[in-house]
Ligand binder design. Sequence first.
Ligand SMILES: Cc1cc2nc3c(=O)[nH]c(=O)nc-3n(C[C@H](O)[C@H](O)[C@H](O)COP(=O)(O)OP(=O)(O)OC[C@H]3O[C@@H](n4cnc5c(N)ncnc54)[C@H](O)[C@@H]3O)c2cc1C
Length: 384
Amino acid sequence: MEFRLNELQKIVRDTAREIATKEVSKYVEEIERTRSVPEALMETIAAAGILGIPFAEYLGGVDAGYIAMSCAYEEIAKVCPSVSVSLLVCVSFLESVKNYGTEEQIEKFVPDGIRGKFRGSLAFTEPGTGSDPKQIITTAKKEGDYYVINGTKRFITNAVYNGPILLFARDSETQNITAFVFDKLGEGYSTSTPWDVVGMRGSAIYDVFLDNVRVHKSCILGKPGEGFPILLGTVAHSKVALCATFVGTMAASYELAVKYAKEKMHRDKPISKFPSVQLKIAQIAAKLESARLLTLKLSEESDDRSNIERVKAWVGMVKAYVSDISVETNMLAMNVLGAYGVTEEYKVESFLRDSLIAPHIEGVSDLQRVIAGSYILSGADALV
Ligand SMILES: Cc1cc2nc3c(=O)[nH]c(=O)nc-3n(C[C@H](O)[C@H](O)[C@H](O)COP(=O)(O)OP(=O)(O)OC[C@H]3O[C@@H](n4cnc5c(N)ncnc54)[C@H](O)[C@@H]3O)c2cc1C
């Protein structure tokens, strides 16, 4: 691994940084208050090419790979982690269609998705299962050339926006999990009010109710009954992006803590002169760098498709590690600010609340470690 970004990766990172500081920053308060990312901001982000970073140029993408994508998520999350989560779900949807879709499906969704014409969703979680999606019970009953889908999906990001959903259901023929892509907001599709959550409030989550939703067999991604590997591949991409997002929360809190330590005076000297504060800043810096480096390494592994087993082992392991470090780091930053750290004015509390989502999304951390450990022990080359 090179420790320096190449020219294209730098351009992508700098573009994302500019968009984040000049555009995303204007909307942060509105996003958190209204629990939604405004259309105008999504258009600006799409116009800057952010949604197309990992995709080939012939599809309208930038072809800059996962490392560049992770840099972009980190920059955006430093300003508003909710925007990063909303975006990463859009990109993960497109990535799945690109990897597992037919020519027609790729042509239908990917170029428009990169242009920000819609916001995709992914739906595997149900009231009875999240980390263990083999237990999915949403049904897809085959009727001629159509499938009739019934069930409830839980905690779905981007569920209320116009666009397609990649939904996993158990089909009546194979009794296995099948991946369907169809338009949200059609007949039989409805949503709950948003869930009240501790953080990431701007990328609100909803229950999705499927009441006799009729989809044509051409809406299947891959083959009937072969949806489970698609689900694993899809969440593998979004876990990389989530790691980068939570690195962004750490980087933001780190900068806020350093600034505060230099400005806050005690007996005519800044608190940055106290060893107790220096110690915390050094701990935060080390944790931030370790999480960032692991995320970039994971991104590099994800770009190299030659050893998919290693990526599978890495992804859960790194996601669990970065999640824990993210909470610890944001907490340490809050400590640097003393009581000001818990006030809304000083912003660290908001990044800490966002980081609390990390160990509980896309499979809880304990299970991620169990899965990673079992891959390693079954011979996957996870540590080099
Ligand atoms: C902000 C946010 C956004 C989200 N967006 C989406 C989305 O867009 N689409 C989507 O589908 N989902 C989404 N989710 C859902 C999320 O991915 C799941 O909630 C998550 O995977 C955890 O599942 P769970 O809540 O069912 O917890 P569980 O998996 O039930 O875990 C609960 C506890 O049980 C333990 N446990 C569970 N199973 C086992 C087992 N087999 N062996 C041992 N221990 C076990 C776990 O360690 C954990 O402590 C989102 C969630 C949040 C908070």
